[in-house]
Design a protein around this ligand. Structure first.
Ligand code: ZN
Length: 667
């Protein structure tokens, strides 16, 4: 999932609290880093009945009633209107180019920005429309081609508009102040202009800029960095796909080829032999390629440091956080607070070891369910009833829009899986229209959770679009996963409070515990590793495989504690994790969920004021820096509180599990 500060593609994928959706967690290996794509289908005319035996991913789209599909005509009247719309945005780019060299004149600056954002919105509509169309017709090459043409139009716009950034950065403070005075309408673009100029001191003389552009500098990219893989990252992906993975014997004793796609499944096997062989054989294999894998990671890290230093930053951390206007204190606070709060994680390991009845708890014992799974089903119609109840603390205004968005008459959501529909879930928003939500709804409790998550994104977008002009309606990646995880937390609370049996409650509590472990603790471990290897590079320490292995193993040992047994190759886990190529991005998973947890508590217990403060953050879009918006909502991530409350939640949830488990043992 990744978003872009730009709102250019406004696509938010599911981070998922529960293991559904597109994992935020680093369990899924490489594959090209999801380019912010933007899918979408149109209304086909269909008849048959709604899925009666539950959703079926193998039926044709035509078999699903139209009301369960999104309606795209508010974005574009149909595929036949695409060519003319594409010509129109090309015309916009042509006109835009005529402003080159003129932006020192306030009237031209205003007219140029107005045209730029107008063209960007129109282009954005085309990327979203074609993306959504293609998403549910994955084998339709015509739609794929349309989507590629729309994305190319967006790229062309970014290239055409690059002079705007250069010229705005070239103005001195006095000229900018004068421009605001003489051209009153410029006020509208002030947040954009000010945000650009914020890093003015890190712009080099034209020759230096030219060299950095040739070196593919990403520190000024107007889209999310993760959408721009470096050559190191590409080599890493290629290397991983070239490495012959081992074979293992599955639960039935049948020999199967391990792949990165099946790794998660076998690692979570309830049969210990299978999950042990899976993890140990993968680690053994990675070990044989460790020097090549260390080479690519070292290259990436050293490149990040090079770009940061070229622009006059002390560290890569400073440079990459400054890009999104985040105080590096947030990063350091996350790591130090988690390190001071490892006791709940250690408690979890102790409980897991005891419940699973193993002598030694290994890395391959962490992903198998610790308690029995309980089948809980919610049809989409039931979800329409349950979600508003679970999200009631967000207030009537929020619920009204939520109901409107869930209503199958309104075309926001593409609900069910079918043949040729892409997997996963996301939310995509079009300014001036409404948010869209893509689901693959199978009636499972995880699907309900994913729905809560995606509607968190959708309502965040709805509120920011309603209260902000287009230029500030998008929101920073850093804030993107707060509304979604807050909704998941409220749903989790509701389901636990309404559990029909101890078994159901235990299952839900364990899901919550796993979410905190994988999204907060594990991602912070990754963040600490990322900081350690960059710091080493900055000090000139050679980044060898041994160095990576030792650094990683030490963190695993510290994080998981004395009831966890570190295996001889556990230190190699870094080698297949793509997130270390994402340039200080992974920590936002941990800060996002911690903020979501802290704010859900405030919203539940803080009365109308706390609720209004939270909704104010959603309405704020990107009108203020990300940390300021969050602080207004009641969370200061430069301080330990929010992270501590997540750790406390883990501890409390474990305590509840222990009581239920003791009760079960007595029976
Ligand atoms: Zn998400």
């Amino acid at each position: 999932m990744r978003i872009h500060s730009l709102a250019a593609l406004s696509l938010l994928c599911s981070l998922a609290f529960t293991p559904a959706g597109c994992a935020p967690t680093t369990n899924t290996p490489p594959a090209a880093p999801a380019v912010a794509s933007a899918p979408a289908p149109t209304a086909t005319v269909d008849q048959p009945p709604p899925p009666s035996d539950g959703p079926d991913g193998n039926i044709d789209r035509a078999q699903i009633p139209d009301k369960y599909k999104w309606k795209l005509d508010p974005i574009l009247s149909g595929d036949e209107a695409f060519s003319a719309a594409l010509d129109d945005v090309a015309e916009g780019r042509k006109k835009l180019a005529t402003y080159r060299g003129k932006l020192s004149k306030p009237a031209d600056l205003y007219a140029c920005l107005a045209l730029y954002f107008d063209t960007r919105l129109k282009t954005n509509k085309l990327t979203i429309y074609t993306n959504l169309r293609f998403d549910s017709h994955q084998k339709d090459t015509r739609l794929q081609a349309m989507n590629e043409r729309a994305l190319k139009a967006m790229n062309d716009l970014m290239a055409t508009a690059s002079f705007i950034r250069q010229e705005i950065l070239g103005l001195d403070d006095r000229s900018v102040a004068r421009a605001y005075k003489t051209e009153k309408q410029l006020e509208k673009y002030k947040p954009y202009i000010d945000n650009l100029r914020r890093r003015r001191s890190h712009v080099l003389a034209p020759d230096g800029e030219k060299v950095l552009t040739l070196a593919e500098d990403n520190l000024w990219a107007e889209i999310d960095l993760n959408e721009i893989p470096s050559d190191h990252e590409k080599t890493f992906g290629a290397l991983l796909s070239d490495i012959p993975l081992p074979k293992i014997n599955d639960e039935q004793g049948k020999e199967v080829q391990l792949s990165f796609a099946s790794y998660g499944k076998y690692r979570g096997s309830s049969e210990r032999r299978v999950r042990r062989d899976t993890v140990e054989s993968l680690f053994e294999t990675l070990k044989q390629f460790q020097h090549g894998l260390a080479g690519t990671l070292s290259g990436q890290v050293r490149y990040n440091v090079f770009l940061a230093r070229s622009r006059g930053y002390d560290t890569a951390l400073d440079a990459y956080l400054d890009k999104d206007d985040i105080d590096p204190a947030v990063y350091k606070n996350l790591i130090s607070t988690i390190n001071a709060n490892l006791a709940p994680l250690h408690r979890y390991m102790r409980l897991r070891k005891q419940v699973m009845g193993v002598d030694e708890l290994h890395i391959y014992d962490l992903y198998t369910p610790m308690v029995d799974s309980v089948k809980m089903e919610f049809t989409y119609e039931q979800a329409q009833d349950v979600l508003p109840k679970a999200l009631a603390p967000l207030g009537d205004d929020y619920l009204r829009v939520l109901r409107e968005g869930l209503d199958t008459n309104n075309g926001w959501c593409d609900v069910y899986p079918h043949k040729d529909k892409d997997s996963g879930a996301f939310s995509a928003s079009v300014y001036g229209v409404h948010p869209y939500v893509k689901m693959n709804y199978f009636n499972e409790v995880d699907d309900l959770s994913t729905l809560a998550h995606e509607y968190g994104h959708a309502l965040h977008s709805h509120l920011s679009m309603k209260h902000q002009p287009y230029v500030t309606a998008g929101y920073a990646p850093f804030n993107a996963e707060i509304a979604s995880t807050l909704n998941e937390k409220l749903l989790s609370d509701y389901l636990i409070a309404n559990a029909k049996s101890d078994a159901e409650k235990l299952y839900l509590l364990n899901e919550l515990v796993e979410t905190i472990r994988t999204t907060i603790y594990r991602q912070t471990l990754f963040s600490e590793f990322e900081l350690a290897i960059h710091t080493a590079a900055e000090k000139g320490t050679p980044l060898t495989a041994d160095f990576f292995n030792e650094t990683y193993e030490k963190l695993v040992r510290t994080y998981y504690g004395d009831d966890f047994t570190v295996g001889k190759n556990d230190g190699i886990e870094w080698a297949y994790i793509p997130h270390f190529y994402y340039k200080y991005y992974v920590f936002t998973y941990a800060t996002g969920l911690s903020s979501g947890i802290a704010l859900s508590e405030r919203v539940k217990t803080g009365g109308p004021e706390a609720r209004a403060a939270y909704l104010g953050m959603l309405q704020g879009g990107s009108s203020k820096p990300p940390l300021a918006l969050l602080r207004d909502a009641g969370v200061d991530l430069t301080k330990p509180d929010a992270i501590e409350s997540a750790a406390k939640l883990l501890d409390d949830t474990l305590a509840q599990m222990e009581v239920l488990l003791a009760k079960r043992a007595k029976k």
